[in-house]
Design a protein around this ligand. Structure first.
Ligand SMILES: [Zn+2]
Ligand SMILES: [Zn+2]
Length: 252
């Protein structure tokens, strides 16, 4: 180790700065615009292999094909993208955004997703970006909606990369409302989850949705039930197509 890197390590380990600690390894972050330490950022589990065209989840085969849940579920998504593979580090990142009062980490993550999305063929078709809403009681408890923070960063990431001939989407969280609080869905089967969610969302400002292509943003894709119900609500309200994006997705 040379003197410079020894000094950096010393400072990194001994100075407390505004970004707190790395949500993945817990190391204190030294003067940086980043929200992860450099080695955790380098090691993020980006998806490299084939993914499901409908929801974006990784599929373990050589070629692109629908994942099992999409195969049986006939999900109403026009397409999907997920940023990270469902590994420990990705889960730690999402956990910190959701439960550790780290809204800025959500924006940072969204910004990276927005930059990655510029490589996706359908991204410039999108008219509106809508985060999956939280029920007001849960929003009050958490203080912010993590999906809205991710969506805010995502828009920022896109706007930093948009070309003059491309259509910049608008962020419209007000167009979707959680009308009913739903119980935590851990341990429920897919059908049970879908049934529990019926009527969980309502579309608002219907004229803003008519004929629009929408990108729904959520933190994690598990069965896809939440995103499917939100998409169905928007499509019934007059949206033309709904795409989805998540930070990470449980593999099939
Ligand atoms: Zn780290
Ligand atoms: Zn799928």
């Amino acid at each position: 180790m040379n003197i410079q890197s020894a000094l950096m390590t010393f400072l990194e380990n001994n100075l407390f700065l505004k970004n707190g600690t790395c949500p993945i390894c817990g190391k204190v972050l030294f003067i940086t615009k980043n929200f992860l330490c450099s080695s955790c950022e380098e090691d993020l589990p980006f998806i490299t292999g084939p993914t499901c065209k409908t929801c974006g989840r990784q599929v373990y085969e050589k070629k692109q094909r629908p994942c099992k849940p999409c195969g049986v579920g006939r999900f109403p998504f026009a397409g999907g993208y997920t940023w990270l593979s469902y590994q420990k580090s990705a889960m730690a990142l999402v956990y910190a955004i959701k439960f550790k009062n780290r809204p800025h980490l959500g924006i940072w993550t969204g910004n990276h997703i927005g930059q990655a999305l510029t490589q996706v063929s359908w991204i410039w078709e999108i008219d509106l970006i809508i985060p999956i809403p939280l029920h007001p009681s849960r929003l009050e408890e958490r203080g912010y909606n993590q999906s809205e923070k991710i969506a805010t960063g995502l828009l920022e990431g896109l706007s930093q990369n948009v070309k003059p001939n491309q259509n910049m989407p608008e962020l419209k969280p007000q167009c979707l409302r959680r009308s009913r609080d739903t119980p935590h869905q851990v341990g429920q089967g897919r059908d049970e989850r879908l049934n529990n969610l019926i009527g969980a969302f309502s579309a608002e400002y219907l004229e803003a949705i008519q004929g629009k292509i929408i990108l729904l943003v959520d933190d994690v894709l598990t069965t896809g039930a939440t995103l499917a119900e939100a998409s169905a609500t928007l499509l019934e309200a007059g949206a033309r197509k709904v795409y989805i994006v998540t930070v990470c997705a449980v593999p099939e």
